[in-house]
Design a protein around this ligand. Sequence first.
Ligand SMILES: Cc1ncc(COP(=O)(O)O)c(C=O)c1O
Length: 426
Amino acid sequence: MPERNAEFFNHELQKKITSQFLYLNENPNGNERLFFENAGGSLRLKSTVEAQAKMSSLPDCPERTHDIALDIRKAIEDGTKDIRLFLNAKDGSIATALTASKLMFEMVTTIAAAKQNGNIVTTAIEHPSSYDACQFASEQYNHELRVAEADPESGSIPLENILALIDDETVLVSIILTSNITGAMHNIEQYAKAIREKNPSAYIVVDAVQGAPHGVIDVDAWKIDALNIAPYKMFGNRGVGFAYLSDRVASFPHHRLLATDKDNWNVGSPTPANFAAFTKVIDYICEIGAFYTSSTDRRTLIVEGMHRIHLQEQALLNRLLNGTAGRPGTKQMPNVKVHFEEANGISQDLILALTFDNISCAKAVEKYGNHNILLFARESSSHYSRRILEAVDLDAIVRVSPIHCHTAKDVDRFLEVTQLIAEDKI
Ligand SMILES: Cc1ncc(COP(=O)(O)O)c(C=O)c1O
């Protein structure tokens, strides 16, 4: 199995990063807190919150010609350029909506309407936003819904399970970039190529909400038709989702003010603050990139920044799994089972799915909470988790989801508490 490519940020960069986040070590009440629940909404940058507030304070309509209106319009244009750069979207359209889920429904139903009586292929570990959109669209347009099975060991969808379901009548294939429950990452470039070889006219839709904060996205290289992200999962704010639509789907009949361009996916007035805040996210990623490259090209800086974020996160993951000379990792602890990672190898994102032999997931999360570590138990009692957990033969997991701004010291604190729980000492 290939070695995990991992490297911690140097001290100077880590210090800079630490200073830019809100509530990294304390909750808003001033109580110590280790926030390892970033898959539910990530720690956010001060700059994004400030930009959001500043832009939201302006009453001006951007459709006017006075100075402030022009500034606001420029923020929207710059933000849109940054979305394109982040996704490497050189063609097609960018869409916004209040949530990534809403965008997914819009994209899937629009594509599904292109044909009747075909089939839609999705996977057993999709988030409900894409799975339900596929089911809904299948019912609306008389398509058969086909669901690719997961490999319970890795918590991923093997490519052959998807390919086996695709035929000439396949309208749409929906695949998640990174699972928000198992942490399995799919190689979308490879998957999309194989899907296109089997059926070049099938439209490929990717849910990148969980994957976006952890690695490089490149819709140009991946050659897919639709992809969504959510800034609140990637150091930004809640209240908006962004999506890319390829040239071949952007002009499909869709909800649109009819006087606007056929490939326009923004219905009504955009919210300038969402664009200004996203530009701050991209500025931040570029700042990390600039530590390692002298390029001034913004996409190059984004790619380098995301690559470095990935390396830092893989170093955190290594430590979570294997500990250090003086401290056992989760893999070495009695009563602790780490799911998926072993089978996933380098395709495991910085999400650990744990279960304990001596205690329920809910109880473990409570104990972590008592020791100021915030985690989440994904349980089959929740409609967000049930289908996915069943697909990987589990009933519940403790989800551990730090992000790159965390440090080796944070991981050590987590391991210390984990060992106490595993040994029934707390
Ligand atoms: C993988 C994935 N896709 C989609 C979504 C939906 O995001 P939202 O609820 O913001 O629409 C989430 C949210 O948790 C997610 O984790």
